[in-house]
Design a binder for this molecule. Sequence first.
Ligand code: TYD
Length: 132
Amino acid sequence: MEVRIIDLPKILDRRGNLSFLESNKHIPFNIERVHWIYDVPGGQFRGGHAYKQTKEFVIALSGSFDVLIDNGVDKDIYHLNRSYYGLYVPAGTWREVNNFSTNSLALVISSTLYDASDYIRDYDEFLKYKLK
Ligand code: TYD
């Protein structure tokens, strides 16, 4: 399945809004792990790698940032700035995250437990992997 924005349920309420997601229902994988990125100093970027197996769903819980996507052929930039949608990133996708606003909070939901050997951190290696 392709990289895409997925809208999440949004329960509007005078007391404040609420959104949620469930494993395999609102996102197309089983949730095994969650991490978040915060206190990013201005001008920094994160990511700059691909995964062989891991699928991700990225939400801007607060503030905004850009996710740069590269499938080995096409490149796209997704600007995330609301907590009621996120970006689905399938395995085998090079991705970087940058342009973090002050106090932004990026939530990353993953389909696998952490495994350093699932990372491809070298871009040329990524391109070779995509040609296999
Ligand atoms: P990394 O995935 O390279 O961060 P980013 O893609 O945001 O630049 O992870 C940075 C460090 O954190 C790396 O040493 C591995 C560690 N880490 C874990 O131990 N568990 C995790 O679930 C994640 C995402 C990272």
